[in-house]
Each structure stands twice: as structure tokens, then as C-alpha cells.
Design a protein around this ligand. Structure first.
Ligand code: SF4
Ligand code: SF4
Length: 117
């Protein structure tokens, strides 16, 4: 893989629309030992396009992040039960954001550098 998520502040978890299918909702509800309906009410919202996405919380690096993102550790807290779309991202061996951040860190000579959102 040409990217390393452990060196990234989790940009892809800041996407507004992180799609949750019925199977995803079932798996996540089971993970929390919750009824699917209660899980959906608490953690999902339906967007105008008509599908369910994960709710967000404010974040100190990006504007907001998925509700299941640990903002101090910068990692997913439901990794084993995460939605299908999170499992398949970035759909290949490269991640555009990681390439960008790596390029900027080399040029700024600062391996902690995070481009402003
Ligand atoms: S943006 Fe890319 S490198 Fe960063 S967490 Fe997501 S997949 Fe990993
Ligand atoms: S479920 Fe996990 S991997 Fe998916 S967006 Fe939320 S924090 Fe990121």
C-alpha cells in the first residue's frame, strides 16, 4: 500500500456522507448491543438523496468527523463493525489525500504538518 492511515489525521472520516446500508446498520447495532431502530435514531441521519449516513461531531482538525472517530487517538472506534464504504475506501493501493499530505510534509520538512482544511 502507498499510504499509511496511522500517519494521517483521518481525513476520509470527515466526509459529509458516509453511507450506511441496512446490513451496515444491523452489524453496528449488534456491535453496540442495541436495537437497530434505536441505533439508527442515535447515530444515523437520512440525507435529501434518501439514504442513511453517519452523524458527525465537531473536530479540532477538520470541520467535523464521523461520530465514531476517536478525535484524540485519530482512529475508528468501531473498526471491526465499520460500514462497507469504510472497508473499501480508498478503493485501491493509493490514497490521494495521503499522497498530498506526504508531499507537503516533505516540502515543509515537518512530518507532523497538516494542511489547513
Ligand atoms: S485519508 Fe487516506 S491515509 Fe487518511 S485515513 Fe483515510 S484512507 Fe487512510
Ligand atoms: S465508521 Fe470508522 S472508518 Fe468509518 S467514517 Fe466512521 S470513524 Fe471512519
Amino acid at each position: 500500500m502507498a499510504y499509511d492511515c496511522s500517519k494521517c489525521p483521518g481525513y476520509c472520516c470527515s466526509y459529509d456522507h458516509i453511507h450506511v446500508t441496512e446490513n451496515d446498520a444491523r452489524r453496528l447495532a449488534k456491535h453496540f448491543d442495541m436495537k437497530e431502530q434505536d441505533f439508527s435514531l442515535r447515530y444515523l441521519k437520512v440525507v435529501p438523496e434518501g439514504y442513511s449516513v453517519l452523524r458527525h461531531r465537531k473536530d479540532h482538525i477538520y470541520k467535523s468527523m464521523c461520530v465514531f472517530f476517536d478525535q484524540e487517538e485519530r482512529r475508528c472506534t468501531v473498526y471491526k463493525a465499520r460500514p462497507h464504504v469504510c472497508r473499501s475506501y480508498p478503493n485501491g493501493n493509493t490514497c490521494g489525500y495521503y499522497s498530498f499530505i506526504k508531499f507537503e510534509r516533505e516540502h515543509q520538512d515537518d512530518q507532523e504538518f497538516i494542511p489547513s482544511a
